[in-house]
Design a binder for this molecule. Sequence first.
Ligand SMILES: Cc1cc2nc3c(=O)[nH]c(=O)nc-3n(C[C@H](O)[C@H](O)[C@H](O)COP(=O)(O)OP(=O)(O)OC[C@H]3O[C@@H](n4cnc5c(N)ncnc54)[C@H](O)[C@@H]3O)c2cc1C
Length: 453
Amino acid sequence: MSANPWDCIIIGAGAAGLSAARQLSRNGKRVLVLEARDRVGGRTYTQTAQCGMPVDVGGQWLGPGQNRALALAAELELSLWPQPQHGRNLLRLRGKLSSFSGNVPALSLFSLLDLQINIWRLEAMARRILAEAPHNSAQAADWDRITFAQWMHRHVRSRRTRAMFHAATHAVLATEPEEISMLQFLFYLRSAGGLIPLISAEGGAQEQRIRGGAQQLSEGLASMARSRGAQIRLATPVRQIDQDEDGVNVITDSGTERAQRVVIAMAPSQAANLEFAPGLPTQRRQLMQRMPMGSVIKVILIYDKPFWREAGLSGEMVCDEAPLRMTFDSTPPDSEQGALVGFILGAEAARWSEQPKAIRRGEICRQLTGYFGKAAGHPIEYIEKDWCDDPFAQGCYVGLMAPGVMSRLGHVIREPVGRIHWAGTETATEWNGYIEGAIQSGERVAREVMQVL
Ligand SMILES: Cc1cc2nc3c(=O)[nH]c(=O)nc-3n(C[C@H](O)[C@H](O)[C@H](O)COP(=O)(O)OP(=O)(O)OC[C@H]3O[C@@H](n4cnc5c(N)ncnc54)[C@H](O)[C@@H]3O)c2cc1C
């Protein structure tokens, strides 16, 4: 047995770090998890509304193909609720409000054809991406030279179709098409199996909700790891990591812990806040500096009933206006109250993040009244989470890459640096950016660490 008190210290108690902790402790390793916040779950966070309704202000939905997350939910005996989808969806693009049922948006025939052709094009391109090494894909250099917006400019003919792709980029990546490399955009599609699975409720990433909230996945992982002897310390932000020949020192405000190996299980931009001695290799450091987070504020409005259903509306709305870019019905099946969940996304989220909450609330209520009628302006509760000003996320949903980053630096994303190993949804090859990707990354890093211990 080594002289170091811990086999592995895991930094970050999100789904990634806790999956790693579970696997390592299950294999008899001495594991310490250090988490900055006073809770586990990271980018998943379930709050309880005053009326008693659990509300997810972070990650929320699971869908087909997210097999690890679905299996974990089943193992924890969590019930899944289908995303409500009855009624007409609303779409407001370029000032025009329309409603439609099902999956085919209310667009002109020309725009619909343009949309379909370009979805096929994108999905065909995404199939040519190597999920394990997108930077080595045959056309990586070409696709990493442009943004998604530049690609749209070349290929998408209809302005309303372009607005639809804009809305999809907001919804899926919480950023602007001008800010993301085409290569990362295609990799994201590849890792989820296409654009349609990413944007769909039925058959897609928004199909199921977890009764009681998604944070329970991390709480479940934490208790499984604890039951195998892992220690999880909350409210313990890590500041510095020092490696030497025999081990690693992990320095927090309350002291130093020592281990054989360290796993950093957080977004690369968060890891960039840590100090390292010796310093990290240049490419690793540059990658962490060049993966800023997207911008999102998530809001939940609770009403005394889901009144929109009486008007034949589904509660689903997509628009190119501010503040909210989209809403969904988030009413639990066993609730008398109704809930709408809404998202402020991309550049608008960064802008609205600087406003007082009361102004945001007022503007959101005014906006929703225009879509769902007067009742939408009178929620009995308003809950919001601004991920842009969260010190341990500094944005969400995921770390992004501008052109040039993935092809030049993408190869170091999972490459260990001495005794330091990397996890977090940003390192996933399947469902990158999602809870599923976080779990995949945690399981992968646990195997990696097991091999060297
Ligand atoms: C609004 C929103 C909606 C989303 N919707 C969905 C969805 O519907 N479905 C889905 O699958 N995914 C969704 N996601 C994404 C999903 O939540 C994330 O992909 C996933 O939770 C990431 O897990 P992780 O473990 O990789 O990272 P994190 O959850 O970010 O975990 C990293 C942990 O590291 C901690 N940390 C940071 N710095 C330090 C430090 N110095 N010392 C110690 N600890 C530190 C953080 O506090 C955090 O707990 C959403 C995210 C957001 C924000």
